[in-house]
Write a protein of this length. Structure first.
Lengths: 339, 619
């Protein structure tokens, strides 16, 4: 039997008195509301919660959460949060970043926080554009993107954040989007419950500089045939009546198929707990961009010891092995002589 | 000089000091040889100072000048502050080592040469057209020719080691020979060999036999007409250990953790010559020291900032190139007003520069190397052992004033060592500071409401109910800490941050001036030039010239009386291992006519260089 304590705080307790300054209509509002609604249900205290961000529109997030918070510098939030999480394994530490902050200037830190499996929830707001600097293309912008810095169209190939996280062997990797609060809350709840680094990509609309970037998959009419819900242990199928599905070929590639044509028994059964990240990676490659059927939900959720716990275990082991700290003994740890 | 006879009937001459340089290929183990000789001399009771000097390449091409690695040590029966200007003895394991170091040997000095390497191939690699053993070019020196390689291989024959492996113990042969020649106790080195090579029987045996063979060679071969002894120095009573600057610095950080009652967190990325601090700290986890080898320099400092926010004594260690990379994050720590110790073990620059060589060229980087108005305190160590106290002082200022502090050391201090009389731990300062534990503005908590005396803001750490707050790099409103773009507030905050740092001048000792009656010249220094400057000043005073001397530990802010001190002297000379960085600071701060004595060769000053400059200024 699971005992669930009723929440003792409300969304209001987790909100600050600061005026929220995102552009009217920004997808960030929906994410903020989802997080503020989720927090009272998680059983953590406000004083034990820290939001850490870098630079960019999304990185204003900590100012609106009535918790401890650090608005750090561009790209470095995962590094700041790693130090905090290792120093203080008792805290619930959240990283708020964006596609420019987390994948461009801070790509290195994100990769290493995931590989180390630092106990963090990393939420990457992906709007495929630089908003705060007023509309340059980002490392997730599609090829050919015309922006102020690419008047003839961008020529560089974009990152797929989920593939990147899986490549870094993140232990929890998920995707959700800013137009489905319920889905966001459920994915973020699971990310919080996971011990180790949880990576959540949120498709987020920038209505000023990149409006409608996800419309092909996120409009009400498109969703049923363009979003592929991932449910652990269930065959992967979607469409109004589940008429579409995903199958794995002998060579490991995945394809979207008409279930009636191949038979339901051929559908791939989603297994987020597979230690080998290969299948999750193949799922992340199913859509070349947010204009093809796109998986949503938890790609991977495996258990692996987290960095902070192991660092602190070494400290405890050393203390029990070598006894209490003795500065005098330290200064005498090399050869000494007396005059 | 008193002479005694040894059991073998040969003379033993007493010396008051000797400077020995061990030189060989970077793969020959010269650093290890020098370090072992130093340790046994320290245990014997000598005063000493060391100068390791090695190439950046782990193994530069064998036998070439680029690959020469050297270790100089001065041992003495009286106080020494420098490793000596010119070696009295040069041990050269190959022709390149001879060629690279011969110019430094004092006239009439002693050469101990591994003759097995003075063959055509090695002579050619070193660029010798003729063999210096035969062409008369060494006539002005006392030369001892010892076939060290072949004697080592012969000695190790019984171990079954292949000649190619046995040959690698020839540095221990050299060590054994010098140990005999200078009458060092052999026991401590033999014990060290046993522990160092424990578990590798063949290697252990080969090294033990090589060391003994070298020792016995000195005693039995009729080559050396006498051995020498340098008697123990009259050190102040106490318990001593021989400590390098990086080890002392690491211990100082651990001590600072104990003295503040805070766990130490180090975020660091490997870089020469700072890595040994990371290595040392990572050994002492039972002190609650967390060390994180970060993915890069930026992550090292950022992780430390995160740990500081969490209530730890946060440290990042690096050298010049790393400090460049950390600049933006240091600015963040200035804006967040969190305690952070940034250790810069300076090396030759710019760019990769001279990674293994010493320089003092990061002072202006530490002072000004960030965008915006971003002052921070700077502390510098001046001897290997003073790194211990400098680390505690840097931590004290960081914690008390909630500010990043840069601690400057350099490659010479980092790798050099000296005997250190262990301090009385009970006399070390209490540097603890309280965390904020409740509202400070009515029922509210204002994260930027300052202590009126120190101007430090409260340090409220996560886990404290009711003090939840957000900090960031954007300008903050005075008091509340809320984001503020108000022009007047920004100016006020800029002045407050500056006043907080300049106010530290009230909290640091006045300038320690070594004055002498009649002195019209002050020699002003900072950092690792201490030994050379102090010795040079002693020497010119011995020549009847009155010269005053002062050495700075606090570079920002300066001691409160420094301007008045400088104005007392018509002439000021500032010797620095850079292009005149401190002199520039004191000139602009105090409008005094400070003259620079600059050296940027990757090496410390020779005492004579400063001595000559002083005499020249006085003329």
């Amino acid at each position: 039997m699971t005992i669930v304590n009723p929440p003792t705080t409300t969304k209001k307790d987790w909100s600050t008195d600061q005026e929220v300054r995102w552009c009217p209509g920004c997808g960030d509002y929906g994410i903020l509301t989802a997080v503020q609604m989720l927090m009272p249900e998680l059983g953590v205290k406000r004083e034990d919660t820290v939001f850490v961000s870098g630079i960019g529109c999304s990185s204003r997030f900590p100012y609106y959460m009535n918790t401890y918070g650090i608005h750090s510098i561009h790209g470095r939030a995962p590094a700041v949060a790693t130090g905090l999480a290792v120093a203080r394994p008792d805290l619930s530490v959240w990283v708020i970043t964006g596609d420019g902050d987390g994948l461009s200037i801070g790509g290195n830190h994100l990769m290493h926080a995931l590989r180390r499996n630092v106990n963090l929830v990393v939420i990457l707001f992906n709007n495929q554009i630089y908003g705060l600097t007023k509309g340059q293309y980002s490392p997730t912008s599609e090829v050919g993107k015309v922006t102020k810095s690419t008047p003839f169209g961008s020529v560089d190939h974009p990152y797929n954040p989920i593939s990147l996280a899986l490549g870094a062997e993140a232990t929890f990797v998920a995707r959700t989007h800013d137009t489905d609060r319920k889905h966001m809350i459920e994915v973020l709840r699971r990310a919080h419950e996971h011990r180790g680094a949880s990576f959540v990509e949120i498709f987020q609309n920038c209505n000023v500089f990149n409006d409608g970037a996800f419309d092909k998959i996120l409009t009400k009419d498109a969703r049923s045939t363009m979003l592929i819900p991932l449910r652990h242990g269930e065959p992967i199928r979607f469409g109004d009546a589940g008429e579409l599905g995903v199958v794995a070929e002998a060579d490991g590639s995945l394809h979207v198929v008409d279930v009636a044509e191949v038979g339901a028994e051929r559908l791939l059964v989603h297994d987020e707990k597979r230690d080998d990240p290969g299948l999750a990676f193949a799922l992340s490659r199913l859509a070349r961009g947010p204009y093809e059927p796109t998986p949503m939900g938890v790609f991977r959720a495996i258990e692996r010891a987290d960095y902070g716990t192991q660092v602190n275990r070494q400290l405890l082991d050393a203390a029990s092995r070598r006894g209490p700290a003795d500065l005098g003994a330290l200064l005498r740890s090399q050869n000494t002589w007396t005059v | 000089m008193t002479d005694t006879a040894t059991p073998t009937g040969r003379a033993r001459k007493a010396l008051d000091s000797v400077v020995i340089r061990f030189a060989g290929d970077s793969g020959d183990g010269m650093q290890l040889t020098g370090d072992r000789f130093t340790q046994s001399s320290a245990l014997f009771g000598n005063e000493l100072a060391t100068l390791p000097d090695f190439p950046a390449e782990i193994r530069a091409p064998a036998g070439t000048l680029a690959g020469v690695s050297a270790f100089q040590v001065k041992i003495s029966d009286h106080t020494v502050l420098t490793p000596g200007d010119a070696p009295d003895v040069l041990v050269a394991m190959n022709p390149a080592a001879l060629k690279a170091n011969l110019a430094d040997l004092r006239p009439g000095g002693t050469l101990i040469l591994n003759t097995d390497t003075f063959v055509e191939r090695d002579l050619g690699k070193a660029g010798y057209a003729t063999n210096p053993l035969e062409d008369g070019s060494l006539d002005g020196f006392t030369v001892y020719e010892v076939p060290m390689t072949s004697l080592t291989i012969e000695a190790a024959k019984t171990t079954g080691a292949k000649p190619r492996d046995a040959e690698r113990s020839k540095n221990l042969f050299a060590l054994g020979l010098i140990t005999w020649l200078y009458d060092r106790p052999a026991d401590s080195t033999l014990a060290w060999i046993e522990s160092r090579f424990a578990g590798k029987e063949t290697v252990l045996a080969a090294n033990r036999l090589a060391f003994k063979a070298g020792f016995n060679f000195g005693e039995t071969a009729e080559l050396f007409e006498s051995s020498y002894e340098v008697r123990a120095a009259q050190l102040a009573p106490g318990e001593y250990t021989n400590v390098s600057g990086n080890t002392a610095l690491a211990w100082g950080l651990i001590a600072a953790g104990q003295l503040s009652g805070l766990p130490v967190f180090l975020g660091s990325y490997p870089i020469t010559p700072a890595s040994d601090i990371l290595h040392e700290l990572s050994k002492h986890k039972h002190f609650g020291v967390r060390t994180m080898q970060a993915e890069d320099e930026i992550a090292g400092v950022c992780a430390a900032i995160g740990a500081a926010f969490g209530g730890h004594l946060a440290v990042t260690t690096t050298s010049g190139p790393g400090l460049d990379l950390k600049a933006e994050a240091v600015g963040l720590a200035i804006s967040l007003e969190l305690p952070l110790v940034i250790v810069d073990i300076q090396r030759g620059g710019p760019s990769t520069g001279l990674p293994t060589k010493t320089e003092q060229s990061d002072l202006l980087l530490a002072m000004y190397g960030r965008h915006g108005e971003s002052p921070l305190p700077i502390v510098a160590s001046h001897t290997p052992s003073s790194c211990f106290f400098a680390a505690i002082e840097a931590a004290r200022l960081a914690l008390k004033y909630r500010t990043p502090v840069i601690l400057l050391s350099d490659g010479y201090l980092a790798n050099g060592s000296e005997p250190w009389r262990l301090p009385d731990i009970s006399e070390l300062p209490d540097i603890s500071v309280p965390f904020a534990d409740g509202p400070n503005h009515g029922a509210d908590f204002w994260p930027y409401l300052r202590d009126p005396d120190t101007l430090a803001r409260p340090w409220a750490i996560p886990g404290t109910p009711g003090l939840e707050h957000r900090v960031g790099g954007i300008e903050k409103e005075d008091g509340t800490g809320n984001i503020s773009y108000d022009p007047v507030n920004h100016e006020k905050m800029t002045h407050l941050r500056a006043a907080k740092i300049s106010g530290i001048a009230k909290d640091v000792p006045l300038t320690d001036v070594d004055h002498i009656a009649g002195a019209e010249l002050l020699v002003l220094g900072w950092g690792s030039t201490y030994g050379s400057i102090a010795t040079a000043v002693q020497r010119v005073r011995a020549r009847g010239l009155p010269v005053a001397r002062a050495h700075l530990t606090h570079l920002n802010p300066f001691p409160a009386d420094l301007g008045a001190v400088l104005r007392r002297y018509p002439r000021i000379l500032v010797p620095e291992l850079n292009m005149g960085q401190l002199s520039r600071l004191v000139r602009s701060e105090f409008l005094v006519d400070a003259k620079s004595l600059c050296k940027v060769q990757g090496l410390p000053f020779r005492t004579s260089e400063i001595e000559d400059a002083i005499v020249e200024v006085l003329q």
